[in-house]
Design a protein around this ligand. Sequence first.
Ligand code: GDP
Ligand code: IMO
Ligand code: MG
Length: 431
Amino acid sequence: MANVAVVGAQWGDEGKGKIVDWLSNRADMVVRFQGGHNAGHTLVVDGKVYKLALLPSGVVQGKPSIIGNGVVVDPWHLVGEIEKIVAQGVAISPDILTIADNACLILPIHPALDVAREAAASAPGAKIGTTGRGIGPAYEDKVGRRAIRVCDLANEDDLKIKIERLRSHHDPLRAGLGLEPIDPAALLAQLLEIAPKILPYVKPAWRVLDQAQKDGKRVLFEGAQGAFLDVDHGTYPYVTSSNTVAGQAAAGSGIGPRGVGYVLGIVKAYTTRVGEGPFACELNDEVGEHLAVVGREVGVNTGRARRCGWFDAVLVRQSVAINGIDGIALTKLDVLDGLKTLKICVGYRINGEVLDYLPSSLKAQASAEPVFEELEGWSESTAGVRTFKDLNAHALKYVRRIEELIGAPVALLSTSPERDDTILMRDPFQG
Ligand code: GDP
Ligand code: IMO
Ligand code: MG
């Protein structure tokens, strides 16, 4: 089985976009299987920067790409993103892009609800710090069985019935938040206007994948967010509203679990998170500042500063288990250049006890104090290094220690945002 699933192993922004773009060269097809345009995936090719939110990162290499059923699709955002990326010289056509007909839509009522709820959340700890893009409310409508799906765009009568169903659920909610009731005629008009721009891409995506499997094609699954933003496995409730773990690659694209293949966890050489929630290794000192500035840790979509901290081996080891990670791509090693001492979290002290995993209780997560081990840093530059033997001895030691602590080998190592500043240690497509 030559397929590969790429997943974030921390709290997102590990560099999934860069690695998916690099691996696309070896794949026949790229599939997004969860999340929506809350994702922000940055690719840098010869200095040119591409920022993708909903389009699979394979499009930049011209690879056939699928937006799978597990994704929530904001059709207005998607049309805008296609226009933006086409203006950068990338070809997007129905030959390249497939949108699953059974994916659910994000409607304008969803970001409105998302933002209104966050604004109304005044109790301590009540704000999630969402991206405000309507992700949570859209997934609520999906599991509530009242969502409008991509296939509904082809039928005006279906849209009318579904808008009525949405009204009966949303209008009382909206009233409680001081929002106007839904205007059904305006929403229908908006949907009918966008439909012809979306429908040419719409297909039963599972059939495209099934055929690809039968033809022996290599599929690359592109995850969004990260394991600790997973709605089941993350730091709940400070999570996103989808499963972000590798298991979702199957359900969110319409392929059996054996089809997922090799699981590549993307791991940043330190830790970041955006939004609220527990973060044991967070640094509010000059080292945190170094990571934020040198790592340019600013959100792609929201422009928010990312919180930064030391590498958390406990977290990533847990991620290796819940994702079934076979190997990792270690990114942003270069950001650690020049730090005298490096710390790695190897346990949590909670209520006087040391644990080697993150417990589920939010209270325990919030009170966890990291237990660190220290390694010597390096003054040499690793930025742009393209061969393993050119890494200095201390950087090498740091990488080896991470492998040991998390129980997974490094398959790829990234040393700058540029596509080609990537070291291949073992090819995920070769298993
Ligand atoms: P994603 O959401 O996982 O795709 O990650 P983002 O694109 O949101 O954030 C990762 C950021 O780090 C982007 O700006 C990348 O260009 C950048 N990046 C990726 N790999 C490296 C690396 O090895 N070194 C440095 N310095 N930057 C990197
Ligand atoms: P990529 O794919 C980092 C975070 C938000 C917030 C929480 C819930 O670029 O790694 P949501 O809007 O999903 O309801 O917000 O999840 N979040 C991300 N953080 N990277 C992302 O995506 C994220 N997508 C959502 O900041 O804390
Ligand atoms: Mg991102």
